[in-house]
Design a protein around this ligand. Structure first.
Ligand SMILES: *Cc1c(COP(=O)(O)O)cnc(C)c1O
Length: 365
């Protein structure tokens, strides 16, 4: 097959986001006919042996990468992380109980908003007063005795604030939205009761949501829940109760293989650490650029920063786009710039951004 000569820019978008080139090439190569099948992965039945093998392999690779203990289920669902904001309390928050939420950014706030529609929520901590520039100190987290669970967001995509390790909050089961840093570094699944992540940041395309749930949590789901909203439906049918997002599952599987090929989560964690360190070093080099998040809470995935004025920020985004660096405009609620440098974002792109930042400061600083 002729090599493609398409021109790819550096895509700093927050999600959907850049995918590994080798994964896109493999998907493209096999798009018309999966080897030995003669049909596209887009056309095969989700009940076929071929798809069964694809979803089983994707699950096996997720399990192997993260060292997932056998008493956890791995699910490929739809509805995005946003549906999990509702499904988590619908399944895990019984009447009369309280769920604790630790809020460190906009996504945590949205999770709280949905949970409040279902039951009693205690915002155990929020750093909103500081414009979500930091994580709460342990002493600031006011937990409920006997809480149904405690929910937090491992990486706040909009504010660029990340928990560096698996956070621990008292004894309640931990539920975590890991949408924007899932599999960006090693994690200890046994610390969590339930983890969820929309795939479109670090795991694959939009349309598929990875949910990892410990078996003992499943007894909580009320019988009256709509079938599709009950985790038990999906654990019993191994994500095949209805038509799953077949193409998304296939691509997540390819991305898992790609991470394994790089050496697994420790290896990708080291690469991600190096990429982020380069960018933060440039931000800190002089006073021209200013990081949004406090240094010890900075995200390795979403690097948020400001320039001396909004005019300069707009000019920087414009120059960057012209130079093939796209998606750098920050979220409107934070302003400034945001460089999303997920797993698949190439290190050369970080180098290109650093070079542009230097040149921009030299000419405008
Ligand atoms: C993107 C994102 C979401 C929303 O994901 P959808 O799949 O669009 O619903 C939720 N939480 C975090 C941390 C995110 O980054």
């Amino acid at each position: 097959m002729a090599t493609t000569t398409v021109h790819r820019i550096f895509n700093f978008a927050a999600g959907p986001a850049v995918m590994p080139l080798s994964v896109l090439e493999e998907a493209q190569r096999d798009l018309l006919a999966l080897p030995g099948v003669g049909m596209s992965v887009l056309e095969i039945s989700h009940r076929s042996k071929t798809f069964e093998a694809i979803i089983q392999q994707a699950e096996a690779d997720v399990r192997e990468l993260a060292g997932i203990p056998p008493d956890y289920h791995v699910l490929f669902l739809q509805g995005g992380a946003s549906l999990q904001f509702s499904m988590v309390p619908m399944n895990l928050l019984p009447a009369g109980a309280t769920a604790d939420y630790v809020v460190t950014g906009a996504w945590g706030q949205k999770a709280v908003k949905e949970a409040k529609k279902v039951g009693t929520v205690n915002v155990a901590a929020t750093t909103e007063a500081d414009n979500f520039t930091r994580l709460p100190a342990a002493g600031e987290v006011k937990l409920t005795a006997g809480a149904a669970y405690v929910h937090y967001t491992s990486n706040e995509t909009i504010h660029g604030v990340e928990w560096k390790t698996d956070a621990v909050f008292g004894d309640a089961p931990v539920v975590c939205d890991t949408s924007s840093n899932m599999f960006s570094k090693p994690l200890d699944i046994s610390k969590y009761a339930l983890i969820y992540a929309g795939a479109q940041k670090n795991l694959g395309p939009s349309g598929v949501t990875l949910v990892i749930v410990r078996d003992d949590l499943l007894a909580r789901s009320p019988q009256t829940l709509a079938t599709m909203l009950n985790y038990n439906t999906h654990t019993k049918e191994k994500s095949l109760y209805n038509t799953p997002p077949t193409f998304g599952v296939y691509l997540v599987g390819l991305v898992m293989k790609w991470i394994k090929g790089l050496g697994g989560l420790s290896a990708i964690g080291a690469i991600n650490g190096r990429k982020a360190a380069k960018l933060y070093a440039e931000i800190d080099r002089t006073g021209f650029y200013r990081g949004h998040a406090a240094k010890e809470c900075r995200s390795n995935m979403n690097v948020t920063f400001r320039l001396p004025s909004e005019e300069l920020e707009a000019e920087f985004v414009k120059q960057a786009k012209a130079a093939g660096l796209d998606g750098l405009k920050g979220h409107r609620s934070v302003g400034g710039l945001r460089a999303s440098i997920y797993n698949a974002f190439p290190e050369e792109g970080v180098d290109a951004l650093v070079a542009l930042m230097r040149e921009f400061e030299r000419t405008k600083g």
